[in-house]
Design a binder for this molecule. Structure first.
Ligand code: CA
Length: 440
């Protein structure tokens, strides 16, 4: 992937709050959907503490950039995603030019809306959502709780493991996390009961926005698979571990996972992330090489991303006391066993067709030690070792009132740091009892 003028770390905008912004400097320009009290949902680009109403400045554009800007006038970005790489890149370069050229300020200023006045929406209508299991340390940590001697199943190092999730319950950061009820078997010899989950967890994942379609019956070769990816976001695959433990065999996750999936509102494009591509970390000695349809020299050389991932927790008591959120972990996207291009190539290797606006979850991304574990299931060792919080509270799993925030940023020497925006949810009880008496 080529770097161009839009990655210049010295570039500055006439919009002062964009310069040095920790997430949205002019080198980022992530794509989203926003509305205000007076404007219906439409496409926008985050810049500093503002959102640029892209359709509004389309008279200043031409060619591919104009095509992309017009596609952003809609309440979802599916049409933009369907245009593929070139119009998206042309729009990025055109917006970068407008936002860095002082002579353009007078023409663009009126299209900037303060971020605090915006409601942010899911950036695209998600046709299909697929959740992978690419975080090998997570797979080992969780597998060890069930199979101490053989935590990884024999297929793991050959098959990018995944399952089809549910799109209706995908929502954007800020969506309330309603504690799910489900079948829960509390003791080995007891019958399951229908009750509120007591082991509600989060999963730290990256989301992958698909930006092109392949025809059914036409696998996407690994060599071109990255062209099918528009960008990344944060993704929290909320999970009810007690429901999961009882239901997951033989077909895999179902109601433990599909009550809510939260994503950050911005599609951070692969163009913006180009400076942070890194080689896929080598497989440990003795691991099998990926099969040929998953192997490309270019992908192995630059298919991983150096993106720092963090999780913060703020309990209700911490909020009430004005205490800051507590960091639970800091990891990196490089802990994935597969590249996102390998996920695309594998997903389509049987001829399955992807569509613009499809969303992948990478799977929980955990590192090698607890400081980078991406779920409470791992951090609390399945609930056996509760976390101690600074104010004396303990957590094995999430309690009502807990605010859980994922964050991500990419930074490296000689590059402008870019971030992903918020991916937050506050847990609340589903107060009516399962029987509907309203007393629970
Ligand atoms: Ca997951």
């Amino acid at each position: 992937m080529m770097l161009d003028e839009t990655h210049d770390p010295q570039a500055r905008s006439w919009l002062a709050d964009a310069n040095g912004h920790p997430e949205f400097p002019v080198q980022n320009l992530p794509l989203g959907v926003f509305s205000t009290t007076t404007a219906q949902p439409r496409g926008g680009v985050a810049i500093g503490e503002h959102v640029l109403d892209v359709a509004m400045i389309s008279p200043l554009l031409s060619g591919d950039a104009l095509l992309a800007a017009q596609a952003m006038s809609q309440p979802t970005l599916n049409a933009l995603l369907a245009l593929g790489t070139e119009p998206r890149r042309a729009l990025r370069r055109a917006l970068f030019a407008l936002l860095t050229d002082a002579a353009s300020e007078a023409k663009v200023r009126d299209a900037l809306v303060p971020l605090r006045q915006c409601t942010l929406h899911l950036p695209a209508e998600v046709g299909d959502y697929t959740d992978f299991y690419s975080g090998i340390h997570h797979a080992v940590n969780v597998g060890r709780q069930f199979r101490p001697d053989a935590p990884l199943l024999p297929n793991y190092k050959y098959v990018p493991i995944g399952y089809h999730g549910r799109s209706s319950s995908i929502d954007v950061s800020g969506a309330e996390v309603i504690r799910p009820h489900g079948q829960i078997k509390r003791q080995n010899d007891a019958a399951p009961e229908y009750r509120a989950s007591e082991r509600l967890d989060y999963e730290l994942e990256m989301g992958v926005w698909i930006g092109a379609r392949n025809e059914r019956g036409s696998p996407v070769p690994i060599e071109t698979a990255s062209d099918y990816i528009a960008g990344l976001c944060l993704l929290n695959d909320w999970s009810a571990r007690d429901v999961q433990a009882w239901e997951y065999q033989p077909l895999g996750p179902f109601l433990a996972k599909n009550f809510l999936t939260t994503v950050s509102p911005w599609i951070v494009t692969v163009e913006a992330l180009a400076p942070f591509r890194v080689p896929q970390p080598p497989r440990p000695a003795g691991d099998p090489a990926p099969l040929a349809y998953l192997t490309s020299g270019e992908d192995q050389a630059s298919g991983a991303f150096d993106i720092t991932l963090e999780v913060h927790l703020r309990t209700r008591r911490m909020r009430d006391a004005g205490a800051p959120p507590q960091r639970l972990s800091r990891g990196n996207m490089q802990f994935m066993y597969w590249t996102i291009a390998q996920l695309v190539a594998h997903h389509t290797c049987n001829g399955c067709n992807l569509r613009p606006g499809d969303l992948f979850g990478t799977g929980t991304i955990s590192g090698t030690d607890p400081s980078s574990f991406g779920s409470l299931l791992e951090l609390s060792q399945g609930g056996r070792a509760p976390l101690q919080l600074p104010n004396g509270e303990q957590r094995s799993f999430l309690q009502d009132g807990d605010e859980l925030a994922l964050s991500a940023y990419a930074e490296s020497a000689g590059r402008a740091r870019i971030g992903f925006g918020a991916c937050v949810g506050v847990v609340r009880s589903n107060s009516p009892s399962p029987e509907g008496s309203g007393s629970g």
